[in-house]
Design a protein around this ligand. Structure first.
Ligand code: BTN
Length: 251
């Protein structure tokens, strides 16, 4: 990883040519006692994990497949804020290198021209009331020439959007650089400093969306996020719902 920034938070880098999932490898690191500042990265994942038990397609050499292990001194309920912070970090890194416009679909999808280019999977380890560590998985589609059905309509890559190929290690370096900066700001000043950065890229604010939670579907207008990073959704009756976890469809 030639582009790893000098002052990166991630001083311990574990690299695989091929692995089932960097997320699972990171979990093993955590159970072996390795926590803060570890980066697990792979050229290929044979069993990449998406949110909600989905599969994440992670072809060899075509994307950034990596997991970050951090151990922030924050409350358990705040951990989802790290997903939003990571979304901003990746967005900034992409925009710096490619000049393409990236939007964020709450909580964790990065879109270019309405199609998903990156997904983020945040998993936490906690005992009863204490957050022990957080593993943030980042899957970024970089040099894919095309996607096959049924992904063509919903997925995209930096190559597809810009016609250029990218050095994945340069992207990784850019992401770690942004993450390290924002993470420090976040620890010093709290989520309030991240919120406007996130909002500047939000794709859904002011738009009609439906939120599918584990138990129900709520339709309404996305008002944005609150100071905790929770999505606020106003239904037709004018009631504002706080959405902690859901799949969002933009209308
Ligand atoms: C999503 O469903 O949008 C989240 C996708 C997260 C994929 C990344 S790729 C690196 C890390 N390892 C995994 O198995 N998943 C995450």
């Amino acid at each position: 990883l030639s582009y790893l920034p000098n002052d990166s938070l991630f001083t311990n880098v574990i690299f695989y040519r091929s692995i089932n999932s960097t997320q699972m490898a990171a979990q093993k690191q955590v159970s072996d006692g390795m926590t803060h500042g570890t980066l697990v990265v792979a050229d290929e994942q044979t069993n990449g994990k998406g949110r909600l038990g989905r599969t994440w397609h992670s072809e060899k050499d075509s994307g950034v497949w990596m997991s970050l292990i951090v151990k922030p001194d924050i409350a358990f309920e705040q951990a989802p804020q790290l997903t939003l912070l990571t979304a901003v970090s990746v967005t900034r890194a992409i925009e710096k290198l490619s000049k393409v416009n990236v939007t964020i679909k709450w909580p964790n999808d990065l879109l270019i021209n309405g199609k998903k280019v990156c997904g983020i999977l945040t998993e936490m380890q906690a005992d009863t009331d204490r957050l022990l560590s957080v593993i943030i998985g980042i899957g970024l589609n970089v040099n894919h020439k095309q996607f096959s059905d049924p992904l063509t309509d919903i997925a995209t890559s930096l190559f597809i959007e810009t016609g250029k190929t990218y050095d994945r290690s340069q992207l990784i370096g850019g992401i770690l650089d942004e993450f390290t900066k924002l993470y420090q700001l976040y620890l010093d000043d709290g989520f309030a400093i991240i919120k406007p950065l996130w909002e500047a890229h939000a794709s859904s604010t002011g738009k009609k969306i439906s939120a599918r939670t584990a138990t129900t579907v709520i339709e309404g207008i996305a008002l944005g996020i609150d100071n905790e990073g929770v999505l606020l959704l106003e239904d037709e009756a004018g009631k504002v719902h706080k959405i902690y976890s859901a799949d969002i469809d933009l209308h």
